[in-house]
Design a protein around this ligand. Structure first.
Ligand SMILES: [Zn+2]
Length: 368
């Protein structure tokens, strides 16, 4: 173990460069992980397609799972749940590392904390390259939140934890308790499906999925949704659909993963008195929302935004997947894995097929 294969992204439209780099000596607080599996998140595809600009060259991939290969001096010996960390343990870790004593970290927003380092988003330099999932190894920086996972969760499912599932856990936290509430989930992609499942497990009275694609809505029904509303021109108004379906129970929780201003406005218009809307999907430039401030005031509505997640959300996500991964067909959302050396084929397939996730097995067959 002295080198790592890495797939370097340089610019949109250019194939990844597969390179071999030397493993660096571990600095204080660092842990070396041998990546086992990475799923391609929608944001990886957007970077690949040039729809968003990231630092480059970079190592993409931040939905990763791997095993501890080496532990540096002063690195944590216990994870967020208090479990011991040793070589060989399978772990998942947060998308970020930041100073836990910085003001934003103390406010519960470490994902925006001082000295922020984001896996799958950093620039490759001669002495800093192992920071993404499209690589045989990943070097965890100091202050990276880590959770050890002993439960035998299939790797393609476990891989979803540290972006999709943890972000949804954060959205549910911001929405408040879901028990016996009517919950609407807009956007039935990977995050929306995870949200339906988590809302179901959290005891929601009803889970309503909203999307523009009837196929996605059918999938949502297998992830705990019990009603669907197709957002298409000419569709009956969402508000009257909800009233007809159950006139006595107002909609008090809505989670948006669509990022579509038209959908967000419709959902906000259907939110009942005291309701909370959490916006998660709007991670790209878009037009400003039209908000009826009088309605917001008179209906005591709350609109919150969420980007990434904190340690508590990561723990919630791992707990959820460990306990409930068999209850919902998460494995069917991840397409058969490609090998790391097939990264170009994997991205081409992910872009053209429209599947929820494409998986990559990171270990090289030639590596002992
Ligand atoms: Zn992601």
């Amino acid at each position: 173990m002295s080198t790592s294969r890495v797939a370097v992204f340089r610019e949109p439209g250019r194939p990844f460069d597969l390179e071999t780099v030397a493993l660096p000596p571990l600095k204080t607080g660092e842990i070396l992980v041998r990546n086992e599996y990475t799923t391609l998140c929608r944001s990886d595809l957007h970077t690949f397609l040039g729809k968003r600009t990231e630092k480059s060259p970079t190592i993409l991939g931040h939905e990763i799972v791997g095993r501890i290969a080496a532990i540096g001096p002063g690195a944590p010996r216990h994870d967020l749940r208090g479990a011991e960390l040793s070589i060989g343990h399978r772990i998942t870790w947060a998308i970020y590392a930041s100073n836990p004593d910085s003001p934003l970290s103390r406010l519960g927003i470490p994902q925006k904390g001082e000295g922020l380092f984001k896996y799958g988003h950093e620039r490759v330099t001669p002495d800093c390259h192992l920071h993404g999932g499209l690589s045989e190894y990943c070097l965890l920086r100091r202050h990276t939140p880590i959770v050890r996972v002993d439960v035998p969760v299939p790797l393609p499912v476990l891989s979803l934890v540290n972006c999709a599932v943890a972000t949804v856990a954060g959205a549910l936290r911001l929405a408040g308790g879901l028990s016996n509430r009517r919950v609407l989930v807009a956007g039935a992609g990977m995050l929306g499906l995870a949200a339906c499942a988590m809302a179901r497990v959290a005891g929601a009275q009803q889970v309503i999925a909203v999307d523009i694609d009837p196929d996605r809505l059918r999938t949502a029904l297998r992830f705990g949704a019990d009603a669907t509303w197709l957002a298409e021109p000419g569709a009956p108004a969402l508000r009257s659909f909800l009233e007809q379906d159950n006139p006595n129970e107002p909609l008090t929780v809505a989670l948006d993963f669509s990022g579509a201003p038209e959908t967000i406005e419709i959902v906000l218009g259907a939110l009942g008195i005291g309701g909370t809307l959490v916006l998660v999907g709007s991670t790209f430039p878009q037009r400003a929302l039209q908000i009826d401030a009088e309605r917001l005031v008179r209906h005591l509505l709350t609109v919150r935004g969420l980007h990434n997640y904190n340690e508590r959300d990561l723990i919630t996500a791992v707990d959820f997947i460990e306990r409930h991964h068999r209850q919902f067909p998460f494995e069917t959302l991840v397409c058969d894995p490609f090998a790391l050396d097939q990264v170009n084929e994997a991205f081409a397939y992910a872009v053209t097929s429209g599947v929820h996730r494409v998986g990559i097995r990171c270990e090289s067959p030639t590596t002992p």
